[in-house]
Write a protein that binds this ligand. Structure first.
Ligand SMILES: *[C@@H]1O[C@H](CO)[C@@H](O)[C@H](O)[C@H]1NC(C)=O
Ligand SMILES: *[C@@H]1O[C@H](CO)[C@@H](O)[C@H](O)[C@H]1NC(C)=O
Length: 350
């Protein structure tokens, strides 16, 4: 007679656990440069410690908080041993399934490739010991069709034709059926956003500069545009980027909108005059270097970002990972809100 009431209580407890959702941060140390995807029942979170790249997975956001990260990459090759930053797993699936199109609706991770890549990849930035001057974009490839079970091996450095210099924070932007590599590189005294058309997962064409830090809020500490992240909604495309120095008090998010017809034409990109996400109410110090991921139903877009525990902040492993949902303004533009308080109970994505 005891069994049924106990089972009932247990079920209630399990249900309220689900209803409880989660609180930020979801990774309280080494949560830097986060990127996330949801795929077939799991959230996959990539972050960096500077010396290795980590992958964490769980079936809920709350589960990520206690899941053990797996180190997917370290490297002793001197040209790319150090300062590992900004891992982003992008996977390629042969153009065959209807399932792929569903995912394409909001965030185009699941690309319908005209030519299927033989492997899934992770882009990341790395350089040599003792200096940040040799940072380049590198590519890892997975050994299997499973993101989690894969062993990752070195595929290539991405050499940008005519501009094979400092290049970090590479991400993939998809317009129509064309993939573009969008990344950050120095031009004079400014760290800017550049774009190149991709020939394959590891090779790109000529590059053009599409955003320079010209506004005062992009020039706090240093003149920086970095960490580009594409977001697609209602037929419109934006690139959200991080502005100002990652240390200090100025790090925040800004955005460009694709308002022209050719992504390789700098005039096709319109910069908004105000930031879209910044610290507020004492929370989320220097929020930035974000990524966007889809909820399990594919109907919500979520923002994953890192922030410092204190202000002024540093660009080190004390940065933590936080997530919250993206809302939409009546004019169709994304509304990232303000960093939510750490005491907020946030419902799991649906
Ligand atoms: C990439 O990873 C996804 C998810 O694990 C898998 O479905 C797909 O087959 C993989 N693609 C390749 C080319 O390995
Ligand atoms: C990863 O590498 C180990 C050791 O070589 C091997 O046993 C395993 O099958 C590999 N896993 C995958 C998914 O490729």
């Amino acid at each position: 007679m005891l069994f049924k009431p106990l089972l009932f209580l247990f079920t209630l407890a399990a249900q309220s656990l689900l209803a409880l959702g989660f609180t930020n941060p979801i990774k309280s140390r080494d949560g830097s440069d986060p990127f996330m995807v949801y795929h077939e029942g799991y959230y996959y979170l990539t972050t960096t410690t500077w010396s290795n790249l980590q992958l964490t997975r769980a079936t809920t956001i709350n589960g990520l908080k206690t899941a053990t990260p797996k180190v997917i990459w370290t490297d002793s090759t001197s040209s790319r041993c150090c300062n590992l930053w900004a891992p982003e797993i992008h996977w390629y699936t042969p153009a065959s399934g209807r399932r792929i199109l569903v995912h394409v609706r909001l965030i185009r991770y699941m690309q319908v490739c005209t030519r299927a890549e033989p492997y899934n990849v992770s882009y990341y930035s790395a350089g040599s010991s003792g200096t940040l001057d040799n940072q380049r974009t590198h590519v890892l490839k997975g050994s299997s069709t499973s993101i989690w079970d894969s062993n990752w091996s070195y595929a290539s450095r991405i050499a940008i034709p005519g501009r094979d210099v400092w290049a970090i924070d590479s991400t993939v932007l998809i317009i129509g059926s064309t993939r573009y590599l969008v990344y950050s590189s120095w031009d004079g005294a400014d760290q800017c956003i550049f774009i190149s058309k991709m020939n394959s997962a590891t090779s790109v064409g000529n590059t053009v500069l599409i955003s320079r830090p010209t506004l005062s809020w992009e020039r706090v500490g240093s003149n920086v545009n970095e960490g580009p992240a594409a977001i697609y909604h209602g037929g419109r495309t934006w690139i959200v980027y991080s502005a100002s120095g990652c240390a200090g008090t100025g790090y925040k998010l800004g955005r460009l909108e694709f308002t022209g017809s050719d992504p390789m034409n700098p005039s096709s990109w319109t910069k908004y005059g105000n930031p879209i996400f910044q610290s507020a109410n004492g929370f989320g110090s220097q929020p930035g270097h974000n990524g966007f991921f889809l909820s399990p139903s594919g109907n919500q877009i979520w923002n994953v970002y890192h922030a410092n525990t204190a202000s002024p902040g540093n660009c080190d492993g004390s940065r933590r990972t936080l997530v919250q949902m993206v809302n939409w303004n009546s004019d169709g533009t994304p509304n990232l809100g303000s960093p939510r308080a750490l005491s907020d109970n946030i419902a799991e994505p649906v």
